[in-house]
Design a protein around this ligand. Structure first.
Ligand code: URP
Ligand code: ZN
Length: 469
């Protein structure tokens, strides 16, 4: 037997590409080199026995906002702290955002962020590029091409947040969709009809209706669905791909399903909170801690979204993680409209998707792997380097114990905030080992990596691959 490979994972139940297979994995120099019976592998420096455990490709969170200033607050969670929490959650990669400062180059901001994050990140990373200043369309056109060539094929635009200076109008969105499509990228939208939401907010505030329970009433399902409908029409007119981020409503889901049935390249993401929590929480004393946009919905939306994940209407999940503290939320709580939007969650996606999805029979185990990892890699041009358990793929692997029972509490989590929206939720199944490019970075509830282990991963969308999502 030849000596010398780095790692063997043996006896695990490997879930990937629609298969569930009891097999072994050989890893060398950060790559998967063989899958099969370990008797045919060379000896390894380390063998992990994954008997009784599930072995998934490392999870990819499609939607995080680490250290992002927004609505008057910067979350105190640092980049390394947030990505370590992500690693505890079984993530080996995440896609964050670079938001253009008005009047400045987005490409320059992306390059600066890549070099800043490179020294800090515990897991691999990329970004969605977000234009906010459309006053010079020629500059945007030039930047789109360069950003895609740089390795960032995905953009994200806000159809809301006018006050915050993020809003894109329909003409600007159309122009961007056309330009991005020309160079093979994809545009995501945060879909909310800002004008209707703003008018409802104004109405409520005038009537003295300022508490958290008015947040979902100011942004009812129609606010999301109308914007999705419009974005789908505009993307269709532009002949472009569209990605709807953090889908929350059954109405929006229906529109996406119809567009997909017409053969339009429309993709969607949803988040664990839209799959588990209802808008009842906004009437609780700590209701402000649940303020995010779009807001939490009703039970029938939750069930529709699970169906959408199962039938392929929704392709991926991300957490929309933003770790404000409860004090930061409280500071702006005089009216619901000023509370910084967003909730923490990067550490909890896998246990929630397994417990609420697989164990409750709403999605299959193979579908869980697709929507937590593989499809993200396919959608954003990272596959099969990422999101795969195949020879030649990066050895990004999470070993998941399907028997561990836990009650979620902020006390034992690693995110940089003082609360979790899932406090008290019982889950079965927990990620126990996270491996980033062959290196064990989480094991025995300890972080074993170091700052800067993560690298920027360039993406390039491949038509034949994205067509399989
Ligand atoms: O409520 C949310 N989603 N906060 C983060 C900012 C955004 O909308 O992306
Ligand atoms: Zn977001």
């Amino acid at each position: 037997m030849a000596i010398g490979i780095d790692l063997i994972i043996e006896n695990g139940t490997v879930v990937f590409n629609g298969n569930i297979l009891k097999t072994d994995i050989a890893i060398e120099n950060g790559k998967i080199i063989k899958i099969g019976n370990r008797n045919h592998f060379p000896a390894a420096e380390r063998v992990i026995n994954a008997e009784g455990k599930l072995v998934f490709p490392g999870a990819i969170d499609t939607h995080t906002h680490f250290e992002q200033p927004f609505m008057g607050e910067v979350p105190p969670e640092t980049w390394d702290q947030g990505t370590i929490a992500a690693a505890f959650g079984g993530n080996t990669m995440h896609i964050d955002f670079v938001v253009q400062e008005h009047g400045k180059s987005l490409l320059d901001a992306i390059k600066a962020k890549v070099s800043y994050v490179d020294a800090l990140s515990a897991i691999d990373f990329s970004f969605h590029a977000c234009f906010t200043d459309f006053s010079d369309m020629d500059m945007i056109r030039a930047e789109v091409r360069k950003i895609i060539e740089y390795g960032i094929p995905s953009f994200k635009e806000y159809m809301t947040y006018r006050k915050e200076g993020y809003f894109v109008n329909d003409g600007e969105l159309y122009q961007l969709l056309r330009e991005v499509q020309k160079f093979g990228g994809i545009v995501g939208v945060h879909a909310e009809n800002t004008f209707i939401a703003e008018s409802l907010i104004e109405e409520f505030l005038k009537e003295g209706k300022k508490s958290a329970k008015y947040h979902p009433l100011a942004k009812p399902n129609f606010v999301e669905a109308e914007a999705i409908q419009r974005a789908i029409s505009i993307a269709n007119f532009a002949g472009a791909r569209l990605y709807v981020v953090h889908l929350s409503t059954k109405e929006g889901l229906h529109l996406i399903k119809e567009a997909k049935c017409r053969g339009e390249p429309i993709f969607a993401e949803t988040c664990p909170h839209y799959l588990t929590l209802t808008d009842d929480v906004y009437s609780r004393p700590d209701g402000i801690n649940y303020i995010m946009s779009p807001p939490l919905r009703k039970k029938d939306d939750i069930e529709a979204l699970w169906k959408g994940l199962s039938d392929g209407t929704i392709s991926v999940t991300g957490t929309d993680h933003i770790a404000y503290t409860s004090e930061q939320k409280r500071r702006h709580s005089e009216t619901f409209a000023n509370v910084p939007n967003g909730v923490p969650g990067v550490e909890l996606r896998l246990p929630i998707m397994y417990s609420e999805g697989v164990r409750k029979g709403r999605i299959s185990l193979t579908r869980m792997v697709d929507i937590c990892s593989t499809n993200a890699a396919k959608l954003f041009g990272l596959y099969p380097k990422k999101g795969a358990i195949l020879p030649g793929s990066d050895a990004d692997i999470v070993i998941f114990d399907p028997k561990i029972e836990k009650t979620i509490t902020v006390e034992t989590l690693h995110m940089g905030t003082d609360y979790t929206i899932y406090e008290g939720m019982k889950v079965t199944g927990w990620p126990v080992i996270t491996i980033l490019r062959g290196k064990v970075i989480v094991e025995n509830e300890s972080y074993l990596g170091k700052k800067g282990d993560g690298s920027f991963i360039k993406g390039r969308i491949v038509d034949e691959i994205i067509d399989t999502v």
